[in-house]
Ligand binder design. Structure first.
Ligand SMILES: Nc1ncnc2c1ncn2[C@@H]1O[C@H](COP(=O)(O)OP(=O)(O)O)[C@@H](O)[C@H]1O
Ligand SMILES: [Mg+2]
Length: 500
């Protein structure tokens, strides 16, 4: 630990960076000392990854000064950063699925023999050593793509940890890890710290940040808000600084209490008991009632996406699912559809026909491709005209090809068809991601309309705003389990974040 008299290993002074019109960082100062674990937190888009990518040599066009050991440096590539001992595990996995574990561990730095060929024996031996130090027992000759995602993530981390770097940056490394794997990683980080390495640890899991870090730095909206010793701040304080509680900003409305309009007495439409799927989620028991929007909130990788897919039969989970009290065997999506369960995934591309006109996309669902032949185009267009007006879809008319619409308007089209073919259960994954405020409000209105028809709606999202604006009741998922329910009372963004 530092006592304040030491010089920082890394010093960033007045860093600004923009991408086109987006100002990702504004005048940020940041210092890192040898022998410390420095937690970095902030909401999505706050600028954390951008700052770390500058340090790791990925972004070079920026304003401000970067110093290592007190000397100014200018990296032109990630290689330059690696050469002075800066290694980063990126948020997006960068493993090569078709290579072996050993090849991935040594990616770009393969050892060679005296005659210049790749030294396979050494590669296998050393990667096994590196991995076993992280408690990973896997044959280095396995194709990495065949391993579970959590293990792939650990192996990628092992690569950076064993690279000899003295500054190690981990950008949300634990999203796909199970609790014992997180513990193993933390043990490794503590050891590296005692060896005098400097570690930056980015995570949404604030409990993890506060337990492993010596200091925490909070970013909000491209600015550094605060650096504090973890002994001097608690979870509540971190959240308040992250979302700007007490500040007059846009987010203000979400620090206020939101009334949940929970319908405790409506009939249960869908019920699961003890639902589990591989490593993704376990022991999920939930009920969705007629005419309610159930929000399921959790960080990326907490299992909520897989849960949504399981409810639609896209993946086969263990446990029981019942629809209107009748047990369902959701072995195929066609069974879910026939029973009246509809699903709009986060990638709408999969659901819609981009080369077909709007009216066709609205009047049918994929399973109805056949019966659509029975519908007169003039009838279809009339239905579509009504939707375009009601849903405020911005388009010249129903003959427009869907692919020419903006993402927000495509989403409205994806929702529109459920107005004419009301399902019993409608599952929406990230229904407002990437939309402007106006389109978001329209989607909220449409979803409420569907709910008011008596449909049981499930909204799955990693964005607190999405569930807060849509849900009548909220479940919070954390590492594959439901850890909290907000029902019948009020909820606020800070309390939602605190629960996750
Ligand atoms: N390569 C890029 N091109 C354009 N915009 C980007 C790029 N990388 C990040 N941004 C934008 O910069 C802002 C900060 O993003 P990021 O650093 O990824 O945030 P965080 O890691 O805190 O979630 C966001 O508005 C994001 O959309
Ligand atoms: Mg990021």
């Amino acid at each position: 630990m530092t006592d304040g008299s030491e010089k920082p290993l890394l010093e960033m002074i007045g860093i600004s960076k923009s991408f086109g019109g987006v100002q990702a960082l504004r005048d940020v100062d940041f210092s890192l000392y040898a022998g410390e674990i420095h937690g970095l937190v902030g909401e999505n888009g706050a600028g954390k990854s951008t700052m770390m990518k500058i340090i790791a040599g990925v972004h070079h066009g920026y304003e401000g000064t970067m110093k290592i050991d007190g000397r100014e440096v200018h990296f032109r590539s990630a290689r330059d950063a690696l050469d002075v001992g800066i290694g980063m595990v990126h948020q997006e996995l960068s493993i090569v699925a078709d290579l072996t574990v050993a090849e991935n561990v040594f990616l770009g730095t393969q050892p060679v023999t005296a005659i210049g060929t790749v030294d396979w024996a050494r590669m296998v031996r050393e990667s096994r050593e590196h991995l076993s130090r992280l408690g990973i027992d896997v044959d280095p000759r396995t194709r990495i793509g065949d391993l579970p995602i959590g293990l792939q993530q650990l192996i990628e981390i092992a690569r950076v940890l064993s690279s000899g770097a003295r500054i190690i940056i981990l950008d949300e490394p634990t999203s796909a890890l199970s609790p014992p794997e997180v513990e193993r990683l933390f043990a490794m980080l503590r050891k590296l710290k005692s060896d005098g390495k400097a570690i930056v640890f980015i995570s949404h899991f604030l409990d993890d940040i506060l337990s492993i870090s010596d200091k925490v730095t909070i970013f909000r909206n491209g600015r550094k808000v605060l650096t504090a010793r973890v002994a001097e701040i608690d979870k509540r304080g971190v959240i308040e600084n992250m979302i700007g509680a007490g500040h007059r900003e846009l987010e203000e409305s979400y620090t206020g209490e939101i009334k949940l309009d929970t319908r405790f007495d409506a009939p249960v439409v869908l019920e699961t008991r003890d639902l589990s799927f591989e490593r993704a989620f376990r022991g999920v028991s939930l009920k969705v009632r007629a005419g309610e929007v159930l929000g399921i909130y959790g960080f990326m990788g907490c299992g909520q996406v897989e849960l949504a897919r399981a409810l639609f039969g896209k993946v086969r989970a263990d446990g029981t699912v019942a629809l209107e009290g009748k047990p369902l065997r959701l072995t195929r999506t066609s069974i879910a559809r026939e029973e009246g369960i509809a699903y709009v995934p986060e990638s709408r591309r999969a659901m819609l026909f981009h080369h077909e006109p709007l009216y066709k996309n609205m009047s049918i669902s994929i399973l109805d491709r056949i019966s659509r032949l029975l519908l007169k185009p003039s009838v279809e267009r009339t239905i579509a005209d009504g939707h375009i007006k009601d849903l405020r879809i911005r388009t010249p008319g129903p003959n427009q090809l869907l692919g020419n619409l903006s993402g927000g308007n495509q989403q409205k089209v994806a929702l529109a068809k459920w107005l004419t073919h009301a399902p019993k259960v409608l599952i929406l994954s990230e229904p407002t991601r990437g939309m402007d405020v106006g389109a978001k409000e329209d989607v909220v209105r449409i979803v409420r309309g569907l709910r008011d028809k008596g449909i049981a709606v499930v909204v799955v999202s990693t964005e607190p705003e999405t569930v807060l604006s849509l849900a009548d009741r909220i479940l919070v998922m954390k590492r594959g389990e439901i850890v909290r329910e907000f029902a019948g009372d009020t909820v606020s963004k800070d309390r939602l974040l605190e629960a996750a």
